[in-house]
Design a protein around this ligand. Structure first.
Ligand SMILES: CC(C)(COP(=O)(O)OP(=O)(O)OC[C@H]1O[C@@H](n2cnc3c(N)ncnc32)[C@H](O)[C@@H]1OP(=O)(O)O)[C@@H](O)C(=O)NCCC(=O)NCCS
Length: 179
C-alpha cells in the first residue's frame, strides 16, 4: 500500500491500493464515462451490470487491479482512478505479456495520479512475473503517450485507421516496456 502526492494542493493524499469488491461502482463509473466521452475505450456499448461485475471480479481474482482513492470521500466518488492489466491476447503463449489500462476521473487528471498508478501497476506486473507490458493508445492521446514514455515505454507499432468511434477513424499506437 502506498500513498502519493498528486500535486500541490493541500487536499489529503490519494491512497493507492489493491481494488476491493466495494470499488466496483467507482471503477464502473469511470469506465462508463470513458466509453461515453473518450477514445480511451474503442466501443460505444456500455457493459450490462452483470458484464461489468464479471470483468471486475476477474481482475480482482488475478490481483490485477489497483485503485487510487481519496480518503476524505466515501462511496463511488472516493475512487479517483484505477489501473489494471490483463493478457495482451487470451492465448497462453502471451501469458507473460500484459496489456495495461489507466483511467482517472476527469477532475483527477493532470496532477500526477496517473504516474503514481502506472508506477504501482508496473511494480505489480514485475511481482507477478510479467516480461513486458503493452499499452494500446489512440495516437492523439498525448497525456497517455507521455505517461507511458515517462516509464520507458517505446512505440512498437502504429495501426492507421484501426478504430471507428464518434463517426471517424482513429489510429492506434502500440507502446511496449520490457520489464
Ligand atoms: C492518461 C491519464 C491516465 C494520465 O494520467 P494523469 O494523471 O492525467 O497524468 P500525469 O499528471 O501523471 O502526467 C503524465 C504525463 O502526461 C502529461 N500530461 C498530462 N495531462 C496532459 C494533457 N492533457 N495533455 C498533454 N500532456 C499531458 C504530463 O505533463 C506528464 O508528462 P511529462 O512527464 O512530460 O510532464 C489520464 O489523463 C486519464 O485518465 N485520461 C483519460 C483516460 C485515458 O485516456 N486513459 C488512457 C487510455 S490508453
Amino acid at each position: 500500500m502506498t500513498s502519493t502526492d498528486p500535486g500541490t494542493t493541500a487536499a489529503p493524499r490519494p491512497l493507492i491500493r489493491a481494488a476491493r469488491t466495494e470499488d466496483l461502482a467507482g471503477v464502473g463509473g469511470i469506465r462508463e464515462h470513458a466509453i461515453r466521452t473518450s477514445t480511451g475505450l474503442w466501443t460505444d456499448e456500455l457493459p450490462t451490470p452483470a458484464q461489468l461485475e464479471a470483468w471486475f471480479r476477474e481482475h480482482l481474482e488475478r490481483g490485477a487491479m489497483l485503485v487510487a482513492v481519496d480518503p476524505a470521500l466515501e462511496g463511488p466518488e472516493a475512487v479517483l482512478g484505477y489501473a489494471s492489466y490483463g493478457p495482451l491476447v487470451p492465448k497462453n503463449g502471451y501469458r507473460f505479456t500484459a496489456e495495461n489500462s489507466v483511467y482517472l476521473r476527469p477532475e483527477a487528471q493532470g496532477r500526477g495520479l496517473g504516474t503514481a498508478l502506472l508506477g504501482a501497476l508496473l511494480d505489480l506486473c514485475r511481482e507477478h512475473g510479467m516480461h513486458s507490458v503493452v499499452a494500446l493508445v489512440e495516437a492523439g492521446n498525448t497525456a497517455s503517450i507521455r505517461l507511458h514514455e515517462r516509464f520507458g515505454f517505446v512505440e512498437a507499432g502504429r495501426l492507421v485507421e484501426a478504430g471507428w468511434k464518434f463517426d471517424r477513424w482513429w489510429d492506434l499506437v502500440h507502446l511496449q516496456l520490457r520489464l
